[in-house]
Design a binder for this molecule. Structure first.
Ligand code: GLN
Length: 270
């Protein structure tokens, strides 16, 4: 037998955060978190007890809560996520803010999100600026399936294309290019803590800049005059990304900080 109170006590014993445990119970039981808080004595049936124990164990060994719940909120949208996609991070909302500011001054803009994963950036931009025509690419077909399903569920029209960076887009040109590519260096010790997420989405190996180089390097062929390029990058990569953009003839290079105050997004225009 397992009651709600016992499940919460077990969670504490194995080091699972109390809020995470409440959210796992709420998810498995199909009840609001407020219900969980008010029903200490509720008894879980066998199947649900097993599901709760399994989820708590997975959380205890570091699996992201978003995978256990199957969802993550991003820019006010509830996105379904699974282990084929990076869990959308609040820091990436800075990139969306910036994109929507630029779109406010553009007309009939064509936008692309390179390496869309769950579709987070593309869908948030389409939601915030319905007049934009939004494309999204990913080399992972499994990720594109997740993104497509999110678009359908949210009733947002985004055109998805499979392929690596620009290769997915033939000769199309865009007014605004957005990307949160893999940027963690191959030997970065932080990768160990991110082992539950797809390595493809986290690191291109080497110094972590290869994907950013490929995106900036191909941008001239795929952007319209005056187009903007906004890129998320590692906390210590702003200078490198700024230099890369200038080398490729971009102007007005600037960097914005994330919620933790780290330089996180660099953008420029042609
Ligand atoms: N911002 C993520 C992290 O450091 C990495 C995402 C990425 O590589 N694009 O956890």
């Amino acid at each position: 037998m397992l009651t709600v109170a016992q499940a919460l006590a077990q969670a504490r014993a194995i080091g699972v955060d109390r809020l995470d445990a409440q959210l796992i119970l709420s998810h498995v039981l199909g009840q609001a978190r407020s219900w969980v808080l008010a029903h200490d004595d509720a008894v879980l049936d066998k199947l649900r007890a097993k599901a709760v124990r399994a989820a708590l164990t997975r959380r205890a060994i570091g699996e992201p809560l978003a995978y256990l719940l199957g969802e993550k909120e991003f820019y006010g949208l509830l996105l379904h996520v699974d282990t084929n996609v990076l869990v959308p991070r609040p820091d990436t909302e800075v990139l969306v803010d910036w994109a929507l500011e630029l779109l406010a001054d553009m007309q009939a803009a064509r936008v692309v999100d390179l390496g869309t994963g769950s579709g987070a950036i593309a869908l948030a931009v389409k939601h915030g600026c319905p007049a934009a025509t939004v494309f999204a690419t990913d080399i992972s077909r499994a990720a594109l399936d997740v993104a497509r399903a999110n678009a359908l569920r949210l009733a947002l029209t985004v055109t998805f294309a499979p392929g690596s960076w620009w290769a997915a887009l033939a000769s199309q040109r865009f007014d605004l290019v957005l990307s949160n590519p893999p940027y963690i260096a191959g030997g970065d010790p932080h990768l160990a803590a991110l082992q539950h997420e797809p390595a493809l989405a986290l690191t291109p190996g080497g110094d972590g800049l290869d994907a950013l180089r490929e995106i900036v390097g191909g941008a001239a062929l795929h952007t319209a005059p005056g187009a903007w390029l906004l890129l998320e990058h590692g906390y210590d990569q702003a200078k490198a990304v700024q230099a890369l953009l200038r080398e490729h003839g971009f102007e007005g290079v600037r960097t914005r900080r994330d919620l933790a105050g780290q330089p996180r997004c660099t953008g420029a225009h042609r």
